[in-house]
Design a protein around this ligand. Sequence first.
Ligand code: G6P
Length: 784
Amino acid sequence: MTTQQLAQGIRLVEGHGGLAAVEVTTPSASALIYLHGAHVADWTPAGGKPVLWMSTFGVFSDTDPIRGGVPLCFPWFGPNGTDASAPNHGWARLSTWSLVDSRTLDTATGAVATELVFELTQDSVGVPAGFHPFTAHYTVTVGAELGLELSVRNDGATPFAFEEAFHTYFAVGDVTTSTLTGLETFDYTDRSTKPATEGSSLLPLGFTGDEIDRLYPMPEALELSDPANDRIIRAVSQGAAQTVVWNAGRIKAAAIADYGTDEWTETACAETCNVGAHFITLDPGATSTMQVTVTSTTTERNTKTMQRLSKSVVPAIAELPTKAIQFGEGNFLRAFVDWQLQQMNNQGLFQGGVKIVQPIEGGRVASLEEQDNLYTVLLEGLQDGKDVQSHEVITVVTGTVNPYVDNQKYLDLANDDNIEFIFSNTTEAGIAFDDRDRLNDKPQHSFPGKLTALLFERFSLGKKGFQIIPCELIEHNGDKLKESVLATAALWELDAAFVQWVNTDNTFYSSLVDRIVPGYPADRAAELAEEFGYDDQSIVKAEPFLLWVIEGPQSLTESLPLAKAGLNVTVTDDMTPYRERKVFLLNAPHTTMASIARLAGVETVRDVMIDPEFSQFVNAEMYDEIMPVIDLPHDELAAYAESVKERFENRFMHHELASIALNSISKYKSRLLPILVNFHEKVGTFPPRVTLALSALLLTYSGDAAVTVVPVDSDEVLATFHAAYATATATGSNVTADYVEAILSDDSLWGRDLTELPGLVAEVTTGLDNLRTLGARATIALLA
Ligand SMILES: O=P(O)(O)OC[C@H]1O[C@H](O)[C@H](O)[C@@H](O)[C@@H]1O
């Protein structure tokens, strides 16, 4: 279109790299959109800050995607399914779109907005020759709201299938203080693991520097708090089944060329999409539309006049000798390890403080220093039958060390005879040997590299070793850390005497940690500042529950008397049963509830727990069916079961059963089937509630139109159940029994043929018939 035809306030300009762009200025906002990829690179509401983030390391050329803003992903998302050489996220963001229309609109609020329409067809530059005929129109509305709408029409004679996404990079002042709300009750697919895994979130999503790459169902609205800029960014979508939440985190940011190492703190992507199982298929001539509206609302902040938390706010803080070094300054360690050290100090049992070492370059120890290393831990939830809402200023941090700024200060820690313990949480990827590390690096790249340098310094000074307790969420974390240290020592060709000192003078414990730590309560920052009387930019919110199982010598209970301080900490020589305890007493009842209570219309975990019949059912499952098959003392199991029940009942959580129900068949296999099998071996009968959960799943998965609860599982699994049910319906007179027999004998579902367990088919069949004819509530009443 020619310049004369452009609506008012629109100019064609040359953007970075000489790329053609459209600049839009309206009374309510300004924007910049590149024709390359129809890439929205800026949207700034009048008087506000940019809402879209752009990398300062971005590459602008007609062959590269632009980092930041809104990459438009089409016709596929992520890597191409069949062609590894095809560009990530499709070619639409690399193609040249045409501006085909622009106009000024009066919006519903009376404000003026500008609408621009970009077009891409199979003839556009960048679209592969011979591609399926289509027309895509991308409408960008620039005003007090940013509107993005992609409509795709199938111009061909055969169906057209594609994926699509608005890959919105939102700008925030400090992502570690941001939370994304709207997704709390959904299960998600974690795309950061290879292969992808399933996860469930209970709480608003926070960003800590680990990569977050999750695919969720799209909620009604997504809200990203941006307390550093006193605003909330809100995205409301239509025609989009999913959202992908992505933050590169420290490690990935460092690995991406056009993404600055520290830039992960400045942005979070909350995308609007139809991908994977929700790809779009259009019949010839049909059109689909996906849309998002973004707004940015200023939040009020009372903290401007409020004093910042510091030593002058908290009088008489005792001087503490530093007894521990902690690698990692994140929310978890501060609400878990440091909070526990404080509880011991409060009781005169430890009398020590901790120095925090920032394990990677892009960290935030500086913001702790701004508050004299003080911060507040806020506990909310049920504990021992009581509603807990408490807060405490944590005073155990005696200082911080940033080895990237002052490596000598870091190595000097080796000289401090008071220091006995080392704690760490450097993310799951943090404990890994790195062959690029050298002894004279300042500092070494990896955590094991840094630790080896510190240990070597300590050894060279002729001092005693450390007790090292990692908290990273990986199995045998202590063994893995020790292996990495020894591999580093070998790489650096350090003395055999040093290796021996590492082995004999130091103890590496493995540990299992459990406490939900949602982090900074951004949505309530102003309210909390008012309540506390100070502004704390490092508040950490956590649940009251805590569990720490440490594998190693019992002598630890004396030197680190956590249990003596009343904390739920166990030192053991084998943590395997504790791992099982969590899977079987927490995750297994979740799956049972999702299978059965949903059939009775119960929606959340808390609703199950406050329902007299269902809570009694869950209780009986835990005590009579699950506990007998776990190899731990009854008292310990009972105490754990009680704490799990309280966590289930937490009124601060809204955990939807529908989200737990995702992929229930594989969950049943790993969480409940071992109980069924072991119970049968031990007792000779089937555990009735665990077995009923299987009946409930078979009913839900049958595809029978009378069942209104919808299963969410892979297409293959659903097809297997539907086919078995259809066959049984078509051929047999014993429809239910034939169906149950077909499913239980399918070892692709269960890893074995379950019909080999004598009597199981009959029992599952009875359960299914009861659930169908009596309903879930009356069926569980039969077991009461
Ligand atoms: O680097 P890009 O190709 O732009 O992709 C950036 C990111 O996009 C999405 O959010 C994906 O879920 C991530 O897996 C990917 O890393």
